[in-house]
Design a protein around this ligand. Sequence first.
Ligand SMILES: O=C(O)C(=O)C[C@]1(C(=O)O)C=C[C@@H](O)C=C1
Length: 146
Amino acid sequence: MGGTRHEETSHALALTHQASADRPRRPRTRDGRALVRRRERAPRQPERRRGTCCASLAEVRTHIDAIDTQILKLMAERQTYVHEAGRFKPSVAKVQDDKRVAAIIAKVRAEATTLGLSPDVAEATFRAMIAAFTEDEKKQVGARTP
Ligand SMILES: O=C(O)C(=O)C[C@]1(C(=O)O)C=C[C@@H](O)C=C1
């Protein structure tokens, strides 16, 4: 390119402009930030289901740790409602409600199946969780009633 410095600069700018004009425009938010599409952040669902989305055991465990934190937050929220349930029970003997537990387990098994989660894993997890919450609720009701 044997033109003046100014011509060279304009040519380079024109090329840059051309290259960005050819590229498909990324969707942006109203304030101009690039919208990251979900597929770019998380692996595609089938890969995740097949368990082939991670490159190392450490990466797998990072995902598991993050999910465990979400589960714990939901358990803390569940606990507040279990304590609320305790307020409506007149005695420790009324805390355990087998009919309610059976209904929860039936619902959880059906939902797990829809979500692609093993219903047996879901049932075992919920039975253990409800048993622990029930003991906690008994302590709470026992502290309030004779
Ligand atoms: O629903 C209630 O009555 C509760 O006290 C909550 C809960 C639960 O953890 O889901 C706990 C104890 C009962 O056995 C039934 C269910």
